[in-house]
Write a protein that binds this ligand. Sequence first.
Ligand SMILES: [Zn+2]
Length: 253
Amino acid sequence: MARSLPLKADPAAQLALLDLQAIDARVDVLRHQRRSLPELAEIAALQESRAGFDAQRRDAQIMVDDLTAEQAKVDADVEQVKVRRTRDRDRMDQGLISNPKDLERMQGELESLERRITSLEDEELEVMARLEDAQKDLDSYLAQVAAADERLAALTETRDEKLGALDAELASLDAERRPAAEGLPADLLALYDKLRESKGGVGAALLRARECSGCRLTLDAHEIGEIRAMPDDTVYRCEECQRILVRTAESGL
Ligand SMILES: [Zn+2]
């Protein structure tokens, strides 16, 4: 353990470690904020519901297309039967059919054409009503997709603004960190980094009023005596949390 072979570092370097720790803690907070922006979760949820609306929109579009084709076909069928009816009527009106048997057959055909027209026109109305419903569904899904897109655009803009602000702050902290880390002994920095990794981001803590500000435990008289007796350049580690404990005038020694 480090305790059996205490690290040595100039007291000024130990103090500077606290400055570095303050910068790193701020960086950790900003990085956490960056990862957990509320907009990120909202965008992900919205993208999912938008995909759902869009799938329904596609289905509704297929339905509208099919019914539009069906309507065109029924319209054409009605037209075709009406043309036949007109032709038959004209032939009768012009007296082209004189044979009573033919005349009777022609009248029968005209009646059947009328029935066919009536049935096709009923079908036409039914297709029209279904098309109207399908179009309403399509319009509603289109509106939902458009509303989702609008909200997504607004959220993306807010997210990017927030990310931009956080990144600017991170860049300025990075610029602050380099000179703060410069000149610190490599072994002290290595220990600090290792502790930061395993101790929730806090590797160095101030000893304030006999309390470790890393784990909030008050040192007992024995530990205080130990610290008082050790040279200033000995790096002291909290017995409880193992963090580097930095002594200052506030330490209560
Ligand atoms: Zn501690």
